[in-house]
Design a protein around this ligand. Structure first.
Ligand SMILES: Cc1ncc(COP(=O)(O)O)c(C=O)c1O
Length: 384
């Protein structure tokens, strides 16, 4: 295992004088503190000691049932996990053997690579563009490789902010079914759409194709981290019964169960607080994204390409070739602004001239100041 590049960078950027677009942190001022306090009291009043007792590995039944009902599947196809990060680790543990071929987007979520890496897979990168994974290229790869798994973040991807188009979703689900490749659909941001039309999830398309949640070759992973609060570590996996059975076994060896109290609090919050919270977060992130895009328009030199996210927390910059964003980072931090260089998001390298910016955890004033500073630096780097 290698030290996480993002963690190392976050250490520098936690300095209060640095405006950080680096971390993927939700906006803390939107956390529903009073509502969580009230829900905690209600749970402790009602459940008493049971809220502090050990509980089942599968998860708190009312929470599993609520998630299952939202997805139109039985609660038995839902496994509660301690953050979707744990879900990815457990899925790696139960699905991957050394040398198995895993298809990933180029670039992809760094945390998934970290989760899968201990199980020593072999990665194949799938090319992407503004519509997400290039499905023609996927078909070529599927013909050539005996792949075990495809991992994708179809909505407002971390790190690019891109979304897989509806047509490509259909084709991806059909192709992977045809070639017998499992799909992990990682979707922590899907609820945070602030523009455009939602497309069906890969999981839903898989369900339509097979007509049975126990035959779905798509495994779905999501989380309350980005809609409600990451500190509660409440998240879930939807999968066919044989995979759920293995996940239960793996989770028993990992942490027995997700904290009982946190699950009970979430089961209390999902009915009224969560929908209100999703609206608030959507609106705020939509405004911040617009603000960052406008600031980039005003302050960035020509030649810097950016994605235009329809939701989520991130956008992605591509600089003219030759500009190395890792080498540039110390100079950015000197100017009190930080980003994440793109290269670590590529399983097999590449992206030296790319970077990820997050707009979720910065005020409009910070976005203006930070983007102006970054624009000045990019101007210098491009004319040097
Ligand atoms: C694509 C993706 N998957 C999973 C996670 C992990 O989220 P959680 O807080 O649920 O562990 C993140 C967090 O940034 C993410 O961006």
């Amino acid at each position: 295992m290698n030290a996480s590049a993002i963690r190392e960078i976050l250490k520098i950027t936690q300095r209060p004088d640095v405006i950080s677009f680096a971390g993927g942190l939700p906006a803390p001022e939107l956390f529903p503190i009073e509502e969580v306090r009230a829900a905690t009291n209600a749970v402790l009043d009602r459940a008493g000691a049971a809220a502090l007792q050990y509980s089942t590995t599968e998860g708190h039944p009312p929470l599993r049932e609520w998630i299952g009902a939202q997805a139109g599947i039985p609660a038995s196809n839902v496994q509660i996990v301690t953050g979707s990060q744990q879900g990815l680790d457990l899925l790696g543990k139960v699905l991957l053997d050394e040398g198995d071929t895993v298809l990933v987007e180029a670039p992809t979520y760094l945390g998934a690579l970290q989760s899968f890496q201990p199980y020593l897979p072999r990665y194949v990168q799938l090319p992407t563009d503004d519509g997400g994974i290039d499905v023609d290229a996927l078909e070529e790869v599927l013909k050539r490789e005996r792949a075990k798994l495809l991992y994708a973040v179809p909505n407002f991807q971390n790190p690019t902010g891109r979304t897989l188009s509806a047509e490509r979703r259909q084709r991806l689900v059909e192709l992977t079914a045809q070639y017998g490749v499992l799909v992990i659909e990682d979707d922590p941001y899907g609820q945070l759409r602030f523009s455009g039309e939602a497309a069906p999830s890969l999981y839903e398309l898989g369900l339509q194709l097979h007509g049975d949640p126990d035959r779905n070759h798509v495994v779905y992973s999501s989380s309350f981290s980005k809609t409600l609060a990451p500190g509660l570590r409440d998240a879930w996996v939807q999968a066919a019964a044989p995979i759920i059975a293995k996940l239960i076994q793996a989770k028993q060896g990992s942490d027995l169960h997700t904290p009982t109290l946190n699950q009970m609090i979430m089961a209390e919050l999902v009915h009224d607080v969560l929908p209100r919270q999703i609206e608030r977060v959507r609106r705020a992130y939509g405004e911040r994204a617009q603000h960052m895009l406008r600031a980039m328009q005003a302050h960035f030199p020509a030649g810097v390409e950016h994605t235009t996210p329809q939701g989520g927390m991130f956008l992605w910059l591509t600089l003219p070739g030759g500009v190395n964003t890792e080498a540039l980072l110390p100079r950015a931090v000197e100017r009190q602004v930080a980003y994440v260089p793109g290269r670590p998001f590529y399983a097999l390298g590449g992206g030296e001239n790319t970077m990820r910016l997050s707009y979720s955890n910065a005020t409009p004033a910070q976005i203006d100041t930070g983007i102006r500073a970054l624009g000045g630096l990019l101007q210098e780097a491009l004319t040097a």
